[in-house]
Ligand binder design. Structure first.
Ligand SMILES: Nc1nc2c(c(=O)[nH]1)N[C@H]1C(S)=C(S)[C@@H](COP(=O)(O)OP(=O)(O)OC[C@H]3O[C@@H](n4cnc5c(N)ncnc54)[C@H](O)[C@@H]3O)O[C@H]1N2
Ligand code: MOO
Ligand SMILES: [Mg+2]
Length: 398
């Protein structure tokens, strides 16, 4: 069988090849940029007054002058005025151009104004004070936002400030989420004693929405022909199929055989892990990908956060998420030679440590555990004792 690291690497070698598209800035939130956004001019584009007050020439103040006749006012949104004489000042507002020949702004709080004269009250004025000089932040042509960045509120603001009404982003994949199983009924139906409502595809749909991906939902009974027909159909207009259930050793677990018959190349089936051992992954010649996730709900969540979400992030062109680590709150023993994904609740301590509290739970069908868990802690396969205080990587589930 395959280790978690090997299985993960294989999925990352078969990413979706998503084309790019141009979208309006209004529709770009949450999308992944696929071109650099450059500064169209210097930031700020002119010497900018950064406090409301009076604009003066520092030299005159340095020579001992404290009184300046007010010759007018420079407002934001006005063309630049000129200080015609070093004995005068112009009132100047935040966001205005610094008047030509002026070099320093004194705040209103540091002057008194009477009879058309401003008197400076402070003796520690610095040259250039309260002026945000042209190009201090960025120069025209600088790369402000790089390809591969997720467009959040700050990136949208920067793109707007350089006049980008539209941006080039990666297209969102067309994803089908498919539950399988005769025991599953829809969420508005009342299950008979031997039935349950399906939930895995709803979980997956919610997870995908965090990347802006809207998926279609489908259900197929444990029927080989129906599986074959519906999957064939879904492959005509989807980039990624994510199945849940029917992938293990049962007599009604038809998914691996049907996928093989459809000509989908299997890259792996089964990973040395708990939960989620029967995970299946493959791809078509056209570059479509198929994940068949084990049906137990906790397995489905684990496989979604450990494999599917990183696969989609990378396919969209996002860098891998920064890893999170936590320290075990108590010693855990796990004998099988499998990577053990332990559901944990995380707490953040005053000394800066993140502590992982193992949730006892009753295995991979335990729903309640999912609600209490913040993450799965990845405990390596080559050991069986994981001591209290040791740090391991965690994969967030929320
Ligand atoms: N002899 C063996 N039996 C099993 C093995 C094994 O290696 N040898 N693996 C076990 C493991 S691990 C898991 S996980 C499950 C995986 O089973 P399947 O992927 O075949 O899933 P199903 O048999 O269809 O269902 C399992 C379980 O999950 C529930 N389920 C399925 N889909 C949904 C859904 N959409 N929403 C909610 N719940 C769902 C289903 O009702 C079953 O209870 O196999 C073990 N067996
Ligand atoms: O590993 Mo299965 O995923 O135990 O439930
Ligand atoms: Mg099964």
């Amino acid at each position: 069988m395959l280790s978690v690291a090997e299985a993960f690497a294989i999925t990352q070698q078969h990413l979706l090849r998503l084309p790019t598209e141009s979208v309006s800035l209004a529709a770009a939130t949450g999308r992944v940029l696929q071109e650099p956004v450059l500064a169209d001019r210097d930031f700020p584009p002119f010497d900018r007054v950064s406090m409301d007050g009076i604009a003066i020439r520092y030299e005159h103040y340095a020579g001992g002058a404290r009184q300046f006749r007010i010759a007018g006012a420079q407002f934001a949104g006005q063309p630049q005025q000129t200080l015609t004489d070093e004995t005068i000042c112009l009132e100047a507002m935040t966001g205005a151009m610094l008047p030509a020949q002026a070099d320093t702004v004194v705040r209103y709080e540091d002057v008194t104004i009477a009879d058309g004269q401003a008197t400076i009250l402070i003796d520690d004025l610095q040259p250039g004070q309260n002026v945000h000089h042209r190009a201090t932040d960025r120069r025209a042509g600088d790369e402000l936002i790089s390809a591969g960045m997720l467009l959040g509120p700050s990136e949208i603001a920067v793109a707007a400030s350089v006049g980008r009404a539209s941006v080039v982003v990666s297209t969102l994949p067309r994803v089908a989420l498919i539950s399988t199983g005769d025991e599953l009924v829809g969420l508005t139906e009342t299950p008979l004693p031997y039935q349950i409502r399906r939930s895995n595809t709803y979980m997956l749909r919610a997870a995908l929405l965090s990347l802006g991906i809207t998926a279609t939902l489908h259900h197929i009974a444990d029927d080989e022909l129906a599986l074959e027909d519906i999957l064939t159909d879904l492959l005509t207009n989807h980039d990624l199929l994510i199945l849940s259930g029917g992938v293990s050793a049962g007599k009604a677990d038809f998914v691996p055989d049907v996928l093989a018959r459809l000509g989908i190349q299997k890259h792996f089936h089964k990973v040395d892990q708990r939960p989620g051992k029967p995970l299946w992954f493959g791809a078509t010649e056209a570059g479509q990908a198929v994940f068949a996730l084990p049906g137990n709900p906790v397995s489905t969540v684990l496989c979604a956060c450990r494999y599917v979400m990183p696969f989609l992030r990378a396919s969209l062109g996002l860098p891998a998420e920064r890893p999170h680590y936590a320290q075990l709150a108590r010693t855990i023993l796990f004998d099988p030679a499998l990577t053990y994904f332990l559901p944990v609740r995380l707490s953040s301590e005053p000394d800066g440590r993140t502590i992982a509290h193992p949730l006892p739970g009753s295995g991979s069908a335990d729903f309640a555990n999912l609600l209490d868990a913040d993450a799965f802690m990845e405990l390596p396969a080559d050991r069986s004792e994981f001591r209290s205080g040791e740090a391991f990587r965690v994969w967030m589930t929320r």
